[in-house]
Design a protein around this ligand. Sequence first.
Ligand SMILES: Cc1cc2nc3c(=O)[nH]c(=O)nc-3n(C[C@H](O)[C@H](O)[C@H](O)COP(=O)(O)OP(=O)(O)OC[C@H]3O[C@@H](n4cnc5c(N)ncnc54)[C@H](O)[C@@H]3O)c2cc1C
Ligand SMILES: NC(=O)c1ccc[n+]([C@@H]2O[C@H](COP(=O)([O-])OP(=O)(O)OC[C@H]3O[C@@H](n4cnc5c(N)ncnc54)[C@H](OP(=O)(O)O)[C@@H]3O)[C@@H](O)[C@H]2O)c1
Length: 484
Amino acid sequence: MVNFGKIKLISRSFTTLSSAPLRICVVGSGPAGFYTAEKILKAHEGVEVDIIDRLPTPFGLVRSGVAPDHPETKIVTNQFSRVAQNDRCSFFGNVYLGSSISLPELREMYNAVVLAYGSESDRSLGIPGEELAGVHAAREFVWWYNGHPDCRNLSPDLKNTDTAVILGQGNVALDIARILLRPTEELAKTDIASHALAALEESSIRKVYLVGRRGPVQAACTAKELREVLGIKNLAVHIQQADLVTKPADEIEMKNNRIRRRVYELLSKAVPPGHTPVLGQRELHFVFFRKPDKFLESDDRSGHLGGVRLEKTVLKGDDELVNQVAVGTGVYEDISCGLALKSIGYKSVAIDDLPFDNYKGIVPNVGGRVVTDSLQDHMQIETGLYVCGWLKRGPTGIIATNLYCAEETLACISDDINKGLLTSNSPKPGREGLLQLLDSRNTKVVSLDAWKKIDTEEIRLGHIKNKPREKLTTWEDLLKVASE
Ligand SMILES: Cc1cc2nc3c(=O)[nH]c(=O)nc-3n(C[C@H](O)[C@H](O)[C@H](O)COP(=O)(O)OP(=O)(O)OC[C@H]3O[C@@H](n4cnc5c(N)ncnc54)[C@H](O)[C@@H]3O)c2cc1C
Ligand SMILES: NC(=O)c1ccc[n+]([C@@H]2O[C@H](COP(=O)([O-])OP(=O)(O)OC[C@H]3O[C@@H](n4cnc5c(N)ncnc54)[C@H](OP(=O)(O)O)[C@@H]3O)[C@@H](O)[C@H]2O)c1
């Protein structure tokens, strides 16, 4: 059922079109969307902001990316909830830009549109065997354990193997390693999806390999996250001592980058000299200077993963510029495993009628203003169309990075308002028009009040199990509770 509760109030102010507010739609309710909305509302008193999201739930990767054992990171959702409760702000979930409504339609409804729909696809390795059962993108695996409804049925097989290989050494790779290796009694107290907890409780995985194509100095993770994975109870860490030997270029790299030095130092001390693993311990192996070459099919189970072939690499690069890249040596080795997780970065998805830079996987923009072509000579600004977050910069940066990103996008919007490029002189239908169109298409819009029903139910269910929340993980359950 479409919830028009809040709309009725607002539609009264539509009677005098001359005093119509400027109407802005933000697409995506992750950090980029919420920070942008918050900043617009603060900076411009006469502006109304509607946030749409394809999910019935808000908060983007704070809900479906941030690891369940990082509850402190999710506190930011309190700030986002306050933004959504602002009288001049509305949240409309279950509204999919590109299928519920097209971009040209949305632009017709609003004076400006800010795209903040993140990165919901994956970089591809482009190597043989990626289609084998047992090979998953990190994004899917993370969505699975975080209860994203699109990955409810992923069912990664954790029972037929004792080894998982994670390709990539960024913070997402570390999150996944931690979830696979952490004692499940500890995970049981988090908001991890119950289907994932059950699978992890039965998991036979004892060894996790974290594979980097470059060395320990170039590992893409940060120190706090590395310390956490190294501190898992009853875990034996393995690193080849030879991989820890640095070259002059590595030393320059560490001199210029404090995070790299901290990460390297932690890795160097992770395995004390003479340390022998205790029998029965779970194992975490850091593998450096190896790039994925192919996924190997199992001999026993047709169509299933049996291992990963890695090519040894050396680093080449200018010692001064310190841009060392991994180059294959033609020497290969295999790791037997039944589960492989590609954690080599996310990628944004193009939608119809939107300029898109396929190479960079972002919407071409100048400081947040969408341009039709990023080449200087042909650049044309799309008036009233802006971008923020991972869709603007690419899939890197922590939650707070999107705050600075939103400030930059807001500066463009404010500038365009001041220049008279965005004006309510030609009033737009805004949320009233949007909801009418969605209603005519039988889209079940999830309002803020409807999301609160989901929230309350999840917290209630969690309380029973001594968890902060028990997420609803199917589209049916989410929409059912929202419409009750
Ligand atoms: C696995 C993982 C763990 C992370 N952990 C941390 C952490 O612990 N701490 C930290 O600081 N940072 C963490 N980050 C980084 C942080 O999550 C990102 O910087 C941030 O979420 C990016 O914000 P965004 O708004 O651009 O995208 P997102 O958070 O992805 O939000 C995009 C939103 O757009 C919606 N959407 C997508 N397509 C459409 C569409 N077509 N129509 C309508 N809506 C759409 C999505 O449903 C989503 O709600 C993590 C990232 C990942 C991947
Ligand atoms: N707790 C937290 O704060 C937290 C948690 C999760 C995520 N995040 C943030 O979210 C962002 C995304 O994280 P991420 O881990 O997805 O990305 P990332 O930090 O960019 O790491 C990607 C990893 O994949 C490797 N890689 C890329 N292409 C490859 C290829 N073709 N073959 C082999 N390896 C390849 C990279 O190696 P190279 O370096 O050699 O390219 C790197 O190790 C990051 O900014 C991260 O800090 C933060």
